[in-house]
Design a protein around this ligand. Structure first.
Ligand SMILES: Cc1cc2nc3c(=O)[nH]c(=O)nc-3n(C[C@H](O)[C@H](O)[C@H](O)COP(=O)(O)O)c2cc1C
Length: 184
């Protein structure tokens, strides 16, 4: 029966699951739900790919098209959330994040590593979310100018483990790190 005896071991497990998602396309943490706040104030969710997870800087990264609605929302409010459910590990991770939108020379190195066929995801005419007359009335034109990295700086992590005994903890990221067990 798996149990976590201390808060740092619990946090280690979360980072290990996040890191695996970056390198293993079949692992559940590869595809979190990313939530932003729309101009009208609604929470807005979508599936994304986790591209980077860096424990040292407490940040997670997502790639996107600069012209998507999520980027417009983030320009109004850069408070966002990431949600992961990893069934095999019975582990839920919720991250409250503040997002930096990286573009231009800041993303050149990452752009150069993206395979040609995957660049299709960045550059669409008309822009993603624009109304079109028919279902196929759009073109995908890879454009480096449209490529953005959403750097999600973690402010809080809420971890839930649904083992035989349920466990939950909250980590406020800062100097110092403040962590507490909470009732699941
Ligand atoms: C499995 C999967 C992975 C996706 N990965 C991304 C991604 O990494 N970045 C992204 O911007 N959109 C990704 N999408 C598309 C988004 O879910 C969404 O449809 C799109 O980004 C437009 O969202 P928005 O209008 O809310 O900005 C993915 C969708 C699926 C189903």
């Amino acid at each position: 029966m798996k149990q976590f005896s201390d808060l740092s071991e619990f946090l280690d497990q979360a980072w290990s699951l996040l890191t695996r998602g970056v390198v293993d396309a079949k692992f559940a943490s590869r595809n979190p739900t990313f939530s932003t706040i729309s101009e009208e104030g609604f929470p807005t969710m979508r599936t994304v790919v986790l591209r980077r997870a860096d424990r040292m800087s407490n940040c997670l990264e997502i790639h996107t098209d600069l012209k998507t609605n999520k980027v417009f929302s983030l320009k109004k409010s850069n408070f966002a959330g990431l949600h992961f459910w990893i069934p095999k590990a019975k582990f839920q991770i919720r991250a409250s994040v503040i997002v930096d939108i990286l573009t231009g020379s800041e993303v050149e190195a990452d752009w150069s590593r993206i395979p040609m066929q995957s660049r299709m995801s960045y550059g669409s005419v008309p822009r993603p979310g624009a109304e079109i007359k028919g279902p196929f009335d759009y073109k995908k034109i890879p454009q480096q100018d449209c490529f953005a990295i959403l750097r999600c700086n973690i402010k809080e992590l809420d971890l839930l483990y649904l083992g035989d005994i349920h466990q939950r903890a909250v980590y406020k990221i800062g100097e110092p790190l403040v962590s507490v067990w909470v009732a699941p």
